[in-house]
Design a binder for this molecule. Sequence first.
Ligand SMILES: *Cc1c(COP(=O)(O)O)cnc(C)c1O
Length: 402
Amino acid sequence: MSKKYDPATAVQRVEQFGEFGGVNPSITDSATYTFMHENVMIDAFAGEAEGCFLYSRHWNPSNKYLADALATMEGTESAWVTASGMAAITTAILQLCNAGDHIITSVTTYGGTFAFLKNYVKKFNIDVTFVNISDLESIKNAIKPNTKLIYTESVTNPMLQVSDIPSISKIAHKHGIKVLIDNTFTPMILSPFKLGADIVVYSMTKFINGKNDCVAGAICASEEFINDISNVNDGTAMLLGPVLDPLRSSSILKNLGTLHIRMTQHGKNALYLANRFKEIGLKFNYPGMTDHPQHELMNSMMNDGFGYSGIIAIDLETAERATPFMEMMQERGVGYHAVSLGYFKTLFSNSGRSTSSEVPVEIQAEMGLSPGLVRFSVGLDHDIEKTFDIIKSCLDELKLLK
Ligand SMILES: *Cc1c(COP(=O)(O)O)cnc(C)c1O
């Protein structure tokens, strides 16, 4: 067996039972909890009553089951589940940074994250430096005495640039800086905490849930950090209140059990399409291809057996070329012209005009985000050859191949 981490087996071995021996843990559909003794309630509010639940904005047993399973998957001590991916990201950042602090971030991130760091945190006088995350020298040069955090996505949206998590963590830790990784694109495939990062965040809306029936997020970190964010006096999660509904937690937990199979199939289908795209001379980006600039880095970090994830970025150069292509693919049943990712159907959208529209056009150009970039989240298609044939027919009919 490989020496690398195996998150799938870790999740498979999680044992959580309902109170009647149900193989799925019972759902605790309650906002508040009774106490037999006043003293225990006082202790619970002081954070000193182990195993007690006091109010569901703080902790709910159903959320705890999902959080425990996610912590097991990541190899972290603890986790906390949030009402969206953005809630996970913003809660973690606001917990780590005070007014006057400095953050270094990859310039290519999810549009909402970019907007939060570019436009929102300045109200707290938090300063942000945007770097090319592959340029380790530029990260080192950006470090200031008040730098608290380096933020990046393990595989960035939508450029699919792979972050060198071990090297970034080494640089950060030398200066007492925390590393926060958004692993939304690569659950199971990469284990950022095992690679040296301090905190891992997810939009569970995407691959982890995989059903596109809700938005949700997660923060995986040390017990200390999770206790800090849920502290009743000054915890960001407790006080801003971005908690996930327990009914959702229980449904996401059931989907977590098949995540490894889904990731493997998404990756298999995406690699097939990437190879066929290469044959026909289409311009695209996929970390599974040997000519991807961080392919070797990806290989050195990834866990065995889950593939390279399901996201491919095709570059059709202009929006005028991308638009009819996406519309025709939807008409012919390739999938849906929709944002988001990690669904059983293939989803595609023009990133510059949708999920990265918060990034100003000049910065899009600077980071190499082409106005014709079509981000594909490849689905779980049983007959991916047929899917390719349809995509090819659209490209041919619209004369998009050189
Ligand atoms: C979708 C997404 C988010 C935001 O998550 P929500 O669940 O929509 O709030 C953050 N990061 C990445 C990489 C995403 O794809």
